[in-house]
Design a protein around this ligand. Structure first.
Ligand code: PRP
Ligand code: URA
Length: 211
């Protein structure tokens, strides 16, 4: 297994990943499962969020020490499928912002090309969480993480649902400083660059086919 990969290994996550893989699960079910799985993956991935001390009055004492999350995270979904992960990350975090990056895979080379870039030009001191349910060849997530790092992000983290072993190897070669969190790691890719067993085309499963 490649280094710096957190695989959320829990029966309730494995149960949901199984339902997500099932070709009989339709759009609404896929959207709900991606949301739920993302909550668990993001929870594990963001353990090191900075907090600051605060004080509150509880019903039984005038002052108690508490902690508040002190970071505003920039959430970057990779269109389209990454959009399915955004509401879960937003719900988890007290403060977040969202900027989309759109990528299209060239079906012959399997390389990702950027068609939309909403990332702020300067990301100094920002913490960036890049979301895409599938890390297949790894090219899409590596492209977006590289973009965020070139613009000066302090910390970049990749969140996905299913990653492939070859994709993780490539991703870590190209982005060795970016940790990955996911719910499952599958062994291989087919000749079209699909993860096997995977879940199929994540964008189509979530939002329907484009043609
Ligand atoms: C899927 C997925 C990733 C990419 C993964 O997007 O959501 O972005 O493929 O492949 P890679 O790791 O080999 O780069 P897709 O091209 O199907 O676009 P869509 O989400 O807009 O349907
Ligand atoms: N993109 C997907 O949506 N699924 C895969 O298995 C590979 C790339």
């Amino acid at each position: 297994m490649a280094r710096d990969v957190v695989v959320v290994d829990h029966p309730v996550v494995r149960h949901r990943v199984g339902l997500l893989r099932d070709a009989a699960t339709a759009n609404a079910g896929v959207a709900r499962l991606v949301h739920e799985i993302t909550t668990f993956v993001a929870y594990e991935a963001l353990r090191d969020l900075a907090t600051q001390p605060a004080r509150v009055a509880t019903p039984v004492t005038p002052e108690a020490a508490v902690e508040r999350v002190a970071e505003t995270v920039l959430v970057v979904p990779v269109l389209r499928a990454g959009l399915g992960m955004v509401p879960a990350v937003q719900a988890l975090l007290p403060a977040s912002e969202v900027a989309c990056v759109g990528l299209r895979r060239d079906e012959s080379t399997l390389e990702a090309q950027v068609y939309l870039d909403q990332l702020p030009l300067r990301l100094a001191d920002r913490r960036v969480v890049v979301c895409d349910p599938m890390l297949a060849t790894g090219g899409s997530l590596a492209t977006v993480c590289a973009l965020a790092r070139r613009r000066g992000a302090r910390r970049v983290q990749a969140l996905c649902v299913i990653a492939s072993v070859p994709g993780l190897e490539r991703f870590h070669r190209e982005q060795p400083e970016v940790p990955v969190a996911c719910a499952a790691v599958d062994e291989s890719l087919d000749e079209r660059g699909y993860i096997v067993p995977g879940l199929g085309d994540a964008g189509d499963r979530l939002f329907g086919p484009l043609d």
